[in-house]
Design a protein around this ligand. Structure first.
Ligand SMILES: *[C@@H]1O[C@H](CO)[C@@H](O)[C@H](O)[C@H]1NC(C)=O
Ligand SMILES: *[C@@H]1O[C@H](CO)[C@@H](O)[C@H](O)[C@H]1NC(C)=O
Ligand SMILES: *[C@@H]1O[C@H](CO)[C@@H](O)[C@H](O)[C@H]1NC(C)=O
Ligand SMILES: *[C@@H]1O[C@H](CO)[C@@H](O)[C@H](O)[C@H]1NC(C)=O
Ligand SMILES: *[C@@H]1O[C@H](CO)[C@@H](O)[C@H](O)[C@H]1NC(C)=O
Length: 480
């Protein structure tokens, strides 16, 4: 196993050298000079809402200096001024990038005050967010539009199959593969091949594939995963200036596997500074909602959701069951749930193993509430499945940062019950008035599109919502 790891590191180092050589010829040499003008945004320097994440060094004095010396007919001066001009060009490019973000931030801030998107002014846009499922529809809309207008992601080309540039596509961790593929082959609008023009840098490795290819089964030894991540950061931070420029703060990784957070410990700057997009968004395990992104877990065993979930029953069909859960005794919360409710009450359809003659998704589409307790990790694919089946999710987890909660008000389309209230679960659900239930279910219908994966991806779908969460971290804004 270890040799497999070394092999891939060696070969991707060679690949890097190759790419570097080509890039050096291809680009202006100055792309690879050091970036002295940036001060680094460590976590401490992440300011209040809407603050610039980086300090921009003014270059206007240098521009004036170039103008003056350019008029002097002296070779040495010309030579020097060429260098300064090159430096200035590079810096003003960085400055323009940051100024663009500052403008985006300002426009989001103004939109935030309005709170409601006037649909009249966006007649041609069917995607305008409306309703109380959004924290602030107009700020979200503005932020999304700014993202579409400006946001550029550079995807590192380093690394090779199977662990980099690919991920599972038919699995409980499917979002890893789907995101990587969409980013590398689909989202042309957001991808740039010029790292100078990027706002964020993506390291497209898959932790699920690391577990498959370089982890020794049953060893519970995650060090090969950490080593891989450490090597990867070493390669990109040596070959390119971008990592060192911000100590990784404008870089991101994405992992749905339970061990994503462990793998990210392979580099402490990655762990502390970078945007970690994780399903395992457990604040007790170092997930930091100010810089990290909570990733929805979605199980697509056959590459697509079950047709039953895609076409839930009409909204006024009655749902005979009050609530439903079926699942194994993983993690700390489910034992409580099963102990209190398994086989106890017809209103509470709670199973460890569903009887052979019963269908899981039929239960979801015929229940009013779908119970979503954490398993071994905080996230559960049940949340997305519940949303697909228009069953109101009941979140039973501790320390879980819910996906897209920067923009979505989960309380408008789900019920969150503290795990110590599990014995009172039926009472709590029965106490929700019919009118309130209808509002929650309507909320589920509104947010549904944000949890759909499409091929090709569509505006405001899951891929774009993930990207938007990253965009918010990069501009350091919360559209509330
Ligand atoms: C720059 O200076 C070098 C020597 O220092 C000289 O060979 C070269 O011709 C100069 N280039 C220009 C454009 O003046
Ligand atoms: C970035 O910093 C590391 C460690 O300080 C150093 O080894 C590496 O050469 C630097 N990268 C670049 C491109 O200068
Ligand atoms: C990362 O954070 C931990 C805990 O806050 C700290 O001990 C460690 O020194 C940090 N590492 C770096 C490289 O900043
Ligand atoms: C269900 O809703 C549809 C229209 O939305 C309506 O035509 C139908 O009568 C309703 N059925 C019941 C049983 O309320
Ligand atoms: C979240 O992290 C804490 C601390 O490690 C752990 O005790 C808890 O079990 C985790 N939650 C889940 C659902 O895994």
């Amino acid at each position: 196993m270890a040799s497999c790891c070394r092999y891939s590191v060696l070969t991707f180092t060679l690949l890097c050298l190759c790419v570097f050589a080509i890039l050096t010829v291809f680009f202006d040499y100055d792309h690879f000079n050091s970036f002295i003008s940036f001060s680094s945004p460590t976590l401490e320097s992440l300011g209040p809402k809407f603050e610039l994440q980086r300090v921009i060094v003014s270059t206007s004095d240098q521009i004036r200096a170039v103008g003056l010396s350019g008029s002097i007919d002296d070779h040495q001066h010309l030579n020097r001024s060429t260098t300064i001009m090159r430096e200035t060009k590079k810096r003003s490019r960085e400055q323009a990038l940051e100024q663009g973000l500052a403008r985006a931030r300002a426009s989001i801030r103004s939109a935030a005050i309005v709170r409601i998107v006037s649909t009249a002014s966006f007649k041609n846009d069917n995607d305008v967010p409306v309703g109380d499922v959004y924290r602030n529809p107009s700020a979200f809309y503005q932020s999304y539009m700014e993202m579409e207008r400006r946001f550029k992601v550079y995807v590192y080309t380093e690394g090779e199959l199977p662990i980099v540039h690919d991920g599972p596509c038919k699995d409980i961790y499917t979002i890893e593969g789907r995101f990587i593929h969409e980013m590398e082959h689909g989202a042309k609008r957001f991808r740039t091949n010029d790292p100078q023009r990027a706002h964020v840098y993506f390291m497209p490795f898959s932790v699920t594939w690391m577990v498959k290819y370089i982890y020794t089964p049953l060893s519970f030894d995650v060090s090969p995963l950490k080593q891989f991540v450490s090597d990867y950061v070493k390669v990109i931070s040596t070959k390119y200036p971008f990592w060192n420029r911000t100590h990784g703060a404008d870089h991101f990784m994405l992992a749905c596997h339970d061990w994503g957070p462990h793998a990210s410990k392979g580099n402490s700057l990655l762990y502390n500074n970078s945007i970690r997009v994780l399903c395992n968004a457990n604040t007790s395990e170092g997930f930091n909602p100010r810089k990290d992104v909570s990733l929805p877990e979605i199980s697509l065993k056959y590459g697509e959701p079950s047709p039953q979930l895609i076409h839930p029953p009409p909204r006024n069909d009655s749902r005979p069951h009050l609530s439903f859960f079926a699942g194994e005794l993983h993690g700390p919360i489910r034992p409580h749930l099963l102990q209190h409710w398994k086989g106890r009450d017809d209103d509470m359809q709670v199973y460890e193993y569903l009887p052979k003659n019963k269908d899981y998704y039929s239960y979801m589409t015929q229940s009013k509430f779908c119970l979503c307790p954490s398993g071994y990790e905080v996230a559960s694919p049940r949340i997305v499945e519940a949303i697909y089946s228009e069953c109101v999710p009941v979140i039973l987890s501790d320390n879980y940062v819910l996906p897209f909660s920067d923009v979505l008000r989960w309380e408008a389309f789900s019920v969150q019950v503290e795990t110590r209230e599990i014995p009172r679960l039926k009472e709590i659900l029965m106490a929700i008035p019919e009118e309130k239930y209808r509002q929650l279910q309507e909320g589920v219908r509104v947010v549904r599109k944000h949890f759909m994966l499409n091929q090709p991806s569509k505006r405001f779908d899951m891929f774009h919502m993930i990207l938007h969460s990253i965009w918010l971290r990069r501009i350091n804004a919360r559209p509330e």
